[in-house]
Every structure is written in C-alpha cells, then in structure tokens.
Design a protein around this ligand. Structure first.
Ligand code: URA
Length: 218
C-alpha cells in the first residue's frame, strides 16, 4: 500500500492566479489544494498587510487561533510579536505579515489541536504563494521568524543560530535577516527565562530595524 499523503499533489503553482494582486492571491489561495494540509484545516490563512509594506515578516504556519480566524499572528505568538514591534516603534499596520505555510498542521489530542512543525515537502509545496507575495509586495526588508521560515526563504543550509539578528545575503529582498519565532518566548516555562527571551527577541527586531532603517525615527 502506498503512502496516501505522498500520492497527493505537492505544489501550489497550478493554483496561482494569472494576474497577481494581493486580493487575487488571497482569493485563489483560499481554494489551494497544492498539498494535503487543506483537508484538516479550517481555511487558508493568507498574509496580511500593506501592498507596499517596506517590511515583510514571515512566520512558520498558522496556529489554532489563526486557523479559526483566518488571519496570521492573531494568537499568543501574535501578541508577543505585536508587543515587540510596538517596543521598537514599528506599526504592525505598516508591515506585511505572512507564513511559510498557509494551512494549520496539527495533531489531535482529545479536543486539543496541537501544532506540529510542517514537513519540508509541505513548506516547499507552499513556497509559490510566498514567492508571489514577495513579487507583489517587494519589501525592502524581509525577516524570517524562526528556522522553518528561514529555510523556506534562504535554503536548507539556513542556520538560525548563525543568522539571528544579522544581515543575510540573499536575492529575495534588498535587506534580509532572521530572528527566533515569537512562540519560542512562550515555550519557556520559567518567568525569568521568558522575560529574557522576550528581551532578546525585541533586541533582534530593534537591531534588524536599525540595520534596515525601518524605525519611525529613521
Ligand atoms: N505562528 C506562526 O508561525 N504564524 C502564525 O500566524 C501564528 C503562529
């Protein structure tokens, strides 16, 4: 017996609209069947933000809350992101926020749906949507939040520990960098460690914004 998932399509390209605007991309992505993840998710969670945003942030994949609401970073990790952006003087309304994978992947534990890290083939299947968003928004600065986004954007050799907070040489945007995923803050069971991780995340964003000259005062 073959693997039923392996028999599914694994490329979003046939679902892309002929004329790409953010609205057309969002509308057509809603019907994407480019991999198997749509089967269990509530909906596609497409990127959100200004068409001409100077900064694009790329997360991993929608979580439970995002899957229900259809918007990226509206759950606990999103609140961490919002706090850090506000602390460094970046208005989230002026940022384009998206994910490497546009459907929620999870494991069921009773009534709970636990996030699972997307597999490489799921990230690759979804990459055409991210490429299309990059072509339309053309951000000046692009920041990967976490290793999954980093690998999707910069290749399988991407190492978050080496790239964190530093400029990354890449042709995806004039300025590119990476930091941890904001959910890394929430994973610390200990308050002191959580605060330290939060400070480090905020410092990374501050450094990145300064390097890319994105802060309000620049
Ligand atoms: N984690 C992500 O990577 N993206 C979201 O939208 C929410 C949580």
């Amino acid at each position: 017996m073959g693997d039923p998932i392996a028999a599914e399509p694994n490329d979003a390209t046939p679902f892309l609209p002929e004329r790409a605007s953010l609205r057309a991309l969002r509308e057509t992505a809603a019907g994407c069947r480019g991999c198997h993840l749509w089967r269990h998710a509530t909906q596609t969670v497409f990127g959100e933000g200004l068409k001409r945003a100077r900064l694009m942030l790329v997360g991993e994949m929608p979580g439970d809350r995002e899957d229900r609401q259809g918007k990226p970073f509206v759950g606990p990790a999103g609140r961490e992101l919002d706090k850090a952006l506000a602390a460094v003087g970046i208005d989230r309304a002026e940022v384009y926020v998206t994910n490497a994978v546009k459907h929620f992947a999870f494991e069921e534990r009773g009534k709970r749906r636990l996030h699972r890290t997307p597999r490489t083939f799921e990230v690759q299947a979804c990459r055409p949507w991210l490429d299309a968003e990059l072509r339309v928004v053309k951000p000046q600065a692009l920041v990967a939040l976490g290793a999954t986004a980093g690998k999707s954007l910069f290749g399988s050799g991407f190492k978050l520990t080496q790239a964190r907070g530093r400029p990354i040489d890449s042709d995806v945007a004039p300025f590119a960098s990476a930091t941890v995923h904001p959910s890394a803050i929430l994973r610390h069971p200990d308050d002191t460690e959580r605060r330290a991780e939060r400070r480090a995340f905020t410092r990374d964003l501050e450094r990145i914004a300064a390097q890319a000259r994105l802060m309000a005062s620049a």
